[in-house]
Write a protein that binds this ligand. Sequence first.
Ligand code: DC
Length: 248
Amino acid sequence: MIITIDGPSASGKSSVAQKLAQQLNYIHINSGFLYRAAAVLYLRQVQENYPDVISENHIDSAQNNKCSTFVVSDLTLKAKLYRTIAQLKYIYNPATNLAQVYYLNEDLTPTLKTTQVSQMASMLSANPEIREIINQLQRDLVAANPENSYIADGRDCGSVVFPKANLKIFLTANLQVRAERFRQDLIRKQLSQLSIEKSLAELQERDQRDQTRAVAPLIVPAGAFLIDSSALTLAQVVKKILVLIAKL
Ligand code: DC
């Protein structure tokens, strides 16, 4: 059984998928973690090769834009990046209900949620080769244990990665609500104190990139159930999806 939940940034899909995985004993595939891990590896490689662009982990949006161009222009870097991304290991632990991403023996999970990594993940996710590698990592996870059930969340899980999923959900919420959730999430994780204006701007930028990229743009997959969570709690969204699963 495969269930997919796609939707824009901060629509709550990862939290919903995590809760459902816990309740149903499914494996949670958080595909955003893989894009974020790819961004961590890429930023490191740029830092090694272009120390004048990224110094000491200090980077702003303009530098991030500049960084993202190397993946197109520096063919050696690009080849190395693709090789390293293919070696990422995604592990979901049912006992803790937590997902981790490893590169070789290093757990990258604690580094995945910074603003810098979020922006770079969004930029890299427009790259078709990177998408293909990450799609394959997800399909390999399922193929390795086909007897398990999976719940995958992201932007293209129902449209591209698992088009034959048993149930597809498109989870959304209005921009104001998502911006406030996004801001609160960063504050809760003590990652940054973003104003609501900055939070709105950040999400608008990501929405624009996610929806307009040429490869696998964010769309409502064919056959998906649309859930607007603007006025719903996490528990209410989970309940709605459980009702849909019960009808399968
Ligand atoms: O869901 P998230 O915010 O953790 O995802 C991080 C970035 O990765 C996001 O900007 C879009 C991209 N992404 C994607 O393009 N396709 C996916 N299936 C998952 C994430």
